[in-house]
Design a protein around this ligand. Structure first.
Ligand SMILES: *Cc1c(COP(=O)(O)O)cnc(C)c1O
Length: 405
């Protein structure tokens, strides 16, 4: 029997894998030491556990353990990378290159620096599939550029950027390259050396680990990247991020990386199959539906589609035992269409009609069949009540209609 509600919003967060929880539990009670306590076994035990997690996390991106700085999550990692580099290299220049479809943690960090007069920022556009053009990155570079920050894969539309090409350009021009890889790590192969990444943000709760823990990879050699900390205190994490380490969270994050690394290839195949099954069922049963994002260069578990003549929010209300996400609302209190979908050049109506399906490790084929059926039925029901859909079916060009107030 299928259990409802069905969770299919794994880009927003993932459940903790039971194996991750098992690894964490002893560190709440018997092994509760402070990893910074140097003079007794409780401290040593905690420090050892943190060291192991550092190895597990470094391994999944082909980094060295000492290059991993623990944070409270990827929002903090993005803030530290962007603000930390701009502050440290302020005598070298003040120009930052990013892209319009970045996560708010990146965009708002850039805006904050602009507001303070500490940086000028170039926001590169994307093509209709949500991809940034490496040549546009190259052309945007000035002698003032100190940082390029482009995400690995987008959290709404799943598009995977040509990171290796951008990394090569950054290296040639000796500019620090930061990559928000939250959605990519553990889902597709990520290699900081091959990809030419100098700083990389990751998060525990997007890869079946706990919430409230993340990391920033900081390249130590070729080049050694420097940062000004945004949190001052006891000098933890090589002075880049002070504060008592969240040992339990870090242990869980490490275990999550170990599992993801081990199961990556098989899981990617599994999720690609499930996603294709969902996509095929929706596109076979419904007309006027459009894929958002790249047809092939996309995350295995991501499907983002617009159902024309249907409000995403109304659709969600009609399928309340299915947890997916709509392109509206999620970024603000007002019902604004998603800035990511808008950046593809999609018109406002279609942007309002977008739904993101985020498939994950614990979804099944049976759930996919159920969700496809629920969505299909609800879209048809809503369209039956839509005079616009009716008119479009009759061949009336809606854009030419003179509407009366
Ligand atoms: C979720 C997410 C973040 C924020 O991570 P937190 O750990 O929740 O702060 C940043 N970037 C991307 C692409 C994300 O998907």
């Amino acid at each position: 029997m299928l259990k409802t509600p069905v969770y299919m919003d794994n880009h927003a967060t993932t459940p903790c894998d039971p194996r991750v929880l098992d690894a964490m539990l002893p560190y709440f009670t018997s092994k509760f030491g402070n990893a910074a306590s140097r003079n007794h076994s409780f401290g040593w035990e905690a420090e050892e556990a943190v060291g192991k997690a550092r190895d597990q996390i470094a391994a999944i991106i082909n980094a060295k353990s000492k290059e991993i700085i623990f944070t409270s999550g990827a929002t903090e990692s993005d803030n530290l990378a962007i603000k930390g580099v701009v502050e440290f290299y302020k005598d070298k220049g003040n120009h930052v290159i990013t892209c319009v479809t970045e996560h708010k943690a990146v965009l708002d960090s850039c805006r904050a620096l602009e507001r303070l007069g500490k940086a000028t920022v170039t926001y590169l556009p994307v093509d209709k599939y949500g991809m940034v053009d490496p040549d546009a990155v190259r052309r945007a570079i000035t002698d003032q550029t100190v940082l390029i920050t482009i995400m690995y894969a987008n959290n709404e539309i799943g598009t995977i950027h040509p990171i290796r090409e951008i990394g090569k350009i950054a290296k040639e021009r000796e500019i620090v390259f930061h990559c928000d890889a939250v959605q990519a790590v553990g889902k597709i192969p990520v290699d900081v050396d091959k990809d030419g990444i100098d700083l990389l943000s990751m998060s525990g709760h997007k890869i079946y680990g706990p919430k409230g823990v993340g990391a920033l990879y900081v390249r130590s050699k070729g080049p050694r990247v420097r940062l000004t900390p945004i949190i001052d205190g006891g000098g933890h994490e090589r002075g880049m991020r002070s504060g008592t380490l969240n040992v339990t969270g870090i242990v869980g994050f490490g275990a999550a990386c170990e599992i993801a690394n081990h199961e990556l290839a098989g899981e990617a195949r599994y999720l690609t199959d499930l996603r294709n099954q969902l996509q095929a069922q929706l596109f076979e049963r419904l007309d006027e539906i459009y894929l958002n994002g790249h047809p092939t260069e996309r995350l295995p578990g991501n499907l983002n589609v617009s159902f024309a003549y249907v409000e995403g929010e109304s659709l969600l209300m009609g399928i309340n035992d299915v947890a997916v996400s709509s392109g509206s609302a999620c970024t603000s209190a007002t019902l604004e269409p998603s800035y990511v979908i808008r950046a593809l050049g999609t018109d406002e109506e279609l942007a309002h009609s977008s739904i993101r399906f985020g498939l994950g490790r614990f979804n099944t084929g049976e759930e996919v069949d159920y969700v496809a059926e629920r969505v299909t039925r609800e879209v048809k029901r809503l369209r039956e009540m839509s005079p616009l859909y009716e008119m479009a079916r009759e061949g009336i060009d809606l854009k030419s209609v003179q509407w009366k107030a």
